[in-house]
Design a protein around this ligand. Structure first.
Ligand code: PLP
Length: 217
């Protein structure tokens, strides 16, 4: 049962780990079952679905976007999106800032880092994101708050591989925070871990998990 699954997962992950319920592919009824347990943080991976959900579901839901965002679609979600976890270019970050500004709000942004072996996944490389943080004072970030890092491990059953990727990322973030004061002050969330690997992600230092199928199974 959905209600049972969410209670169990919340017990499993510690109190200082945030659960983001990934609602893609689910019905509004299923999402409302989760909502009625008191959970208000949900994520979708496509703009079109996000717009429909926002329209159909209670307005106090905190929506996160976790899929690739095309530049021309930022304006549609800017009025309500809480966090865009999938920021994968400086150009996109700049555009999000502009759209947030015209809506007189702040949008939280996570930098998505490509840590998986697959080539198809979006995200900054480590060196690209280091460059971003090095140049951060030259950007207009008046209406965005970069307060997290998001990554997806390789899609593999090889737990050793996944663990290596998570640990490398967490060490990289520690290192970045030593060198960069913006990162040290702002980066709070390490969003790693999905249904198949969230326990490992938390063990490796993640503090936000994005879970869909383990809840709606
Ligand atoms: C779908 C998705 C998830 C959740 O995956 P599950 O295996 O269903 O838990 C997490 N993160 C991203 C980016 C996704 O697209």
């Amino acid at each position: 049962m959905i209600e049972e699954n969410i209670v169990n997962i919340k017990q499993e992950i510690s109190q200082n780990c945030t659960l983001v319920v990934v609602s893609k592919f689910r019905t509004n009824e299923e999402i409302l079952k989760v909502y009625k347990t008191g959970h208000k943080l949900f994520a979708e991976n496509r703009v079109q679905n996000l717009l429909e959900r926002y329209n159909d579901l209670p307005k106090d839901i905190e929506w996160h976007l976790i899929g690739h965002l095309q530049s021309n679609k930022v304006k549609f979600i800017a009025p309500f999106i809480h966090t865009i976890q999938s920021v994968d270019s400086v150009k996109l970050l700049d555009l999000i800032n502009k759209e947030a500004k015209s809506n007189q709000r702040t949008i939280h942004c996570f930098i998505q880092i490509h840590i998986a072996q697959e080539e198809t996944k979006f995200g900054f490389s480590y060196s690209e994101s280091e460059k971003l943080f090095n140049e951060i004072n030259s950007l207009d970030l008046s209406h965005v708050n970069i307060n997290g890092i998001m990554a997806m491990a390789s899609n593999t059953d090889n737990q050793k591989q996944v663990k290596t990727e998570f640990i490398e990322l967490v060490n990289w973030i520690d290192d970045l925070k030593q060198k960069n004061s913006y990162a040290a002050h702002n980066i709070k969330h390490i969003s790693i871990g999905m249904s198949g690997d969230y326990k490992l992600a938390i063990a490796c230092g993640g503090n936000m998990v994005r879970i869909g199928s383990a809840i709606f199974k």
